[in-house]
Design a protein. Structure first.
Length: 105
């Protein structure tokens, strides 16, 4: 039986509200509501810290650099740097589109 929470689209609107508020409940809600996404991500890199996991959620939600910068109250350049560090940590080739990579999880 398929758990409805395993489908990202079913919980996306709830998560978007938390993401746009940069809510501390974001990670907990994603872990409970979209466990497949979290488990695939943590299998790929079990040492992701909380801020990196939050950042991955923003990328999964397809927020652009400026939007993420606004939510996290940092500069767009800082977001670009985070993207580069995350690519390295998750071993994602620079030739791959980061948003497509997260979409495939």
């Amino acid at each position: 039986m398929n758990n409805k929470f395993d489908d990202w689209d079913d919980v996306k609107s709830k998560i978007i509200v938390l993401a746009e508020k940069n809510s501390p409940l974001l990670i907990k809600t994603v872990k409970l509501s979209a466990p497949v996404f979290c488990s695939k991500l943590l299998i790929r890199q079990p040492k992701l810290v909380r801020t990196e996991l939050t950042f991955c959620i923003y990328l999964k939600l397809k927020y652009n650099t400026k939007e993420i910068a606004k939510f996290l109250n940092v500069s767009p350049k800082a977001i670009q740097n985070r993207k580069n560090r995350l690519r390295k940590k998750l071993n994602i080739a620079s030739s791959l589109d980061l948003y497509q990579w997260f979409d495939s999880l």
